[in-house]
Design a protein around this ligand. Structure first.
Ligand SMILES: [Zn+2]
Length: 243
C-alpha cells in the first residue's frame, strides 16, 4: 500500500512529465512501490546519500499503447540499455557522501569487466542516488560516475526536517522536477505555531517531515530522460483512462 500523500504527488509529477514529453529524448517507467522503498532506505541512511542499482524487468516490456502516449516528438528508440522494459527491483548498493557513494563496495562488483566500468564498475543497468536536503541536479562527481552507465542515472532530491547536519541546499543550476509544486497550507487551529515552518508533503517512517521531493533521470551524454511513476503493470498513476 503506497501512502496517499505520495500517490498525490506522483499524479502531479506524471502530468508534468506528460506535458513536457517533447523536451526529452526518451523515458523510463519506475514503479511507485520502488520509489517508496527507496525513500524509506534514504531516511534510514541519513545523513548519508545512498546508491541504488536496478536492472530492467525483462518480463515487463513497455506496451505499444504506453509508448505511443509517452514518447515525445524527439524520441530516440535505442538510446540506452533496458529502454523497452519497466525498471526492475531496487538494490541498495552503497551509502556515503556525494563522492564516496559512487565507489561501489567489492561485493557488488562484477570482476569480469570492472576495470572498464568506472568507480561503480558493477552489474546494474540503471542507477539512482539520493540528495538529502539538496536539489536533484547532477554534481560533477555524478556526471563522471554516469559515464559508465548502460541505462540511465536518476537522482532523488529530498527536502526534510529536522535537518540534522544538512540544511536545504539549492544553489545549483539545472532543470528541476519536483513531485509536487503547490502544497496546501493547513489553516486554523494551531497554525500560529507553524507560521515559520515549511509545508509538509508527508511523513517518513523515521518520523522526519518531508517538505519536497525531486526526481530526475539523465543519460550519460547529458540529455534528460523523462520519468513516469507507474503501478506494477506499467500504468502511470493519475493520468486516467483518457489522458
Ligand atoms: Zn549526486
Amino acid at each position: 500500500m503506497v501512502e496517499p500523500w505520495l500517490l498525490d504527488s506522483v499524479a502531479e509529477y506524471n502530468q508534468s512529465s506528460l506535458n513536457n514529453r517533447d523536451g526529452y529524448s526518451a523515458f523510463v517507467l519506475l514503479p511507485i512501490r520502488h520509489l517508496e522503498n527507496i525513500l524509506k532506505w534514504a531516511f534510514e541512511a541519513l545523513p548519508d546519500e545512498i546508491l541504488i542499482g536496478f536492472d530492467p524487468e525483462q518480463s515487463k516490456p513497455i506496451s505499444q499503447e504506453m509508448n505511443d502516449l509517452l514518447c515525445g516528438s524527439e524520441h530516440q528508440p535505442e538510446l540506452f540499455a533496458g529502454q523497452v522494459f519497466l525498471i526492475g527491483e531496487p538494490h541498495l548498493v552503497n551509502r556515503g557522501d556525494s563522492f564516496s557513494v559512487h565507489h561501489v563496495p567489492e561485493e557488488w562488483v562484477d570482476d569480469l569487466f570492472s576495470n572498464d566500468r568506472g568507480s561503480r564498475g558493477a552489474r546494474f543497468t540503471h542507477w539512482m542516488h539520493t540528495h538529502p536536503n539538496c536539489v536533484a541536479i547532477p554534481s560533477a562527481a555524478d556526471a563522471d560516475a554516469a559515464q559508465y552507465t548502460q541505462g540511465v542515472d536518476m537522482i532523488l532530491g529530498i527536502e526534510f526536517s529536522p535537518e540534522g547536519p544538512l540544511p536545504w541546499f539549492e544553489d545549483a543550476e539545472g532543470f528541476r522536477r519536483p513531485l509536487k509544486t503547490e502544497i496546501e497550507e493547513k489553516k486554523g487551529w494551531g497554525s500560529w505555531r507553524s507560521r515559520n515552518r515549511k509545508p509538509v508533503l508527508g511523513r517518513a517512517p523515521t518520523g522526519h517531515f518531508i517538505h519536497g521531493l525531486e526526481l530526475i533521470a539523465f543519460h550519460r551524454t547529458g540529455v534528460g530522460i523523462n520519468v513516469f511513476l507507474v503501478d506494477d503493470d506499467g500504468n502511470p498513476h493519475g493520468l486516467g483512462p483518457d489522458y
